[in-house]
Design a binder for this molecule. Structure first.
Ligand code: NIG
Ligand code: FE
Length: 414
């Protein structure tokens, strides 16, 4: 099955073969072919070029994309897409003055979500997550990482991970599962955190590994949640199962989590709203990828990850949605890109790199998605007629997407 997209105003993020992570000033480079054509064959990107060099292509379905841009779909490397119900009541409490941490300390927050997941059966959870994922694909997401961590019992954590496994089976996009048993200390272990950690490490992790339910492991390394010693225990346990880690760190406090993560070759450190010079130095001496989650900063009214400081220190940056019912109830990566420009002073080229190729590295799917390269999946965003690609973050909240192709096809879901 051949498809030819032609008269494309700008084909963005075009590369030959494998592309490394973009860092520092290279994040401003966005390779582009103006007035381009793109050939899709059997769901993969087969060839591309300038219109003036278009060869004769027989037997292809042709689509005229005059005035439109084509770019790789967004890669969302950090989400909590599986959950039982929303938490808009806590949102109202915050509007009335309570803080996110106060709500969590009173048994709301993650523990609230955990109670609901424990009471919800796998099918119901699956249907809710499935319909969220369909919405996100329509918004241009073509690869996604999904965490457990709202179960907090062995049964409920495994249930969440099985839901993610079912999503992997149904959806033809790259999906990665992350085991996050150490997301919060359940109320019944509030005076004996070590006993809960033992369950995570000695009971949950071996079962997760045995059933091959996770690609990565995560920990919420934060005051009031899991400290450095706890985090290190989980990292060491994960290493025994050859599971790389992606860690929630520095959301509210910087106290050495970044250094610990880099020493353990974590794949990514996510959040980083608080960032010290030591954190920057640790990142510079590592291959661990920093991930910013501006939707969480926007929603909670907390500082934004200092993107300019990271990039100006010649570091790479990844953007992700953090979609979850408590701190970021939107998985709209177009909005994430707009926030990164408006609030973090990133350039449109930098946000596109952060949300495509760099993000693909942050979930180890850079061989399949993240750029327009021959052999990669034809997971593509086709924009509406636009004056420039910078119009997308500029016109924040406006839907600039006309069509999303996954493996070269428009997905039909109901
Ligand atoms: O990434 N910070 C920890 N975990 C999630 C939010 C969890 C929740 O509030 O449900 C996050 O922000
Ligand atoms: Fe998160």
């Amino acid at each position: 099955m051949k498809k030819l997209l032609f008269n494309i105003k700008g084909l963005l993020q075009t590369h030959d073969g494998i592309t490394a992570v973009k860092r520092g000033t290279a994040m401003q480079e966005l390779p582009q072919i103006d007035n381009a054509w793109l050939l899709i064959e059997d769901g993969k990107i087969a060839d591309m070029g300038k219109m003036q060099d278009l060869p004769e292509i027989k037997g292809a379905e042709r689509t005229d994309l005059s005035g439109r841009y084509v770019l790789p779909t967004w890669v969302d490397s950090h989400t909590h897409l599986v959950y039982a119900s929303d938490r808009e009541d806590e949102f109202i409490d915050r509007l009335k003055g309570k803080s996110y941490q106060e709500i969590a300390a009173k048994g709301g927050g993650i523990l609230n979500s955990a109670k609901k997941i424990q009471q919800t059966d796998e099918d119901e959870l699956y249907n809710a997550a499935r319909s969220r994922l369909i919405d996100l694909i329509k918004l241009g997401t073509g690869a996604i990482e999904i965490k457990s961590g709202y179960g907090l019992t062995t049964d409920a954590e495994l249930k969440m991970l099985r839901v993610i496994r079912s999503l992997k089976r149904e959806f033809p996009i790259p999906i990665k599962a992350t085991f996050m048993g150490a997301h919060a200390v359940p109320a019944e272990f509030k005076d004996d955190k070590d006993a809960y950690l033992d369950i995570v490490i000695q009971e949950m992790l071996p079962m997760v590994a045995e059933e091959q339910l996770a690609d990565f492991v995560d920990v919420f390394c934060e005051k009031g949640f899991f400290d450095l010693a706890d985090t290190e225990k989980i990292l060491l346990a994960a290493e025994k199962y050859q599971l790389r880690s992606k860690i929630h760190v520095n959301q509210f406090n910087s106290f050495g989590g970044v250094q610990l993560a880099t020493e353990h070759q974590a794949l990514s450190v996510d959040h980083l709203e608080e960032l010290s010079t030591n954190d920057i130095d640790a990142l510079k001496n590592s291959r661990t990828l920093p991930v910013a989650l501006p939707g969480c900063s926007f929603f909670l009214g907390i500082p934004y990850t200092p993107a300019r400081r990271l990039i100006d220190n010649d570091l790479p940056l990844v953007l992700a949605s953090d979609m979850n019912p408590g701190s970021a109830p939107s998985g709209n990566m177009n909005m994430v890109n707009a926030l990164a420009c408006i609030k973090m002073k990133m350039l449109p080229e930098e946000t596109i790199n952060a949300s495509t190729i760099n993000a693909a590295h942050a979930m180890q799917v850079d061989d399949q998605v993240g750029s327009i390269a021959k052999g990669k999946n034809a997971n593509l965003i086709i924009t509406k007629v636009l004056p420039s690609y910078g119009y997308m973050p500029y016109a924040f909240g406006t839907n600039c997407i006309e069509t999303v192709l996954i493996n070269g096809k428009k997905l039909e879901y109901n």
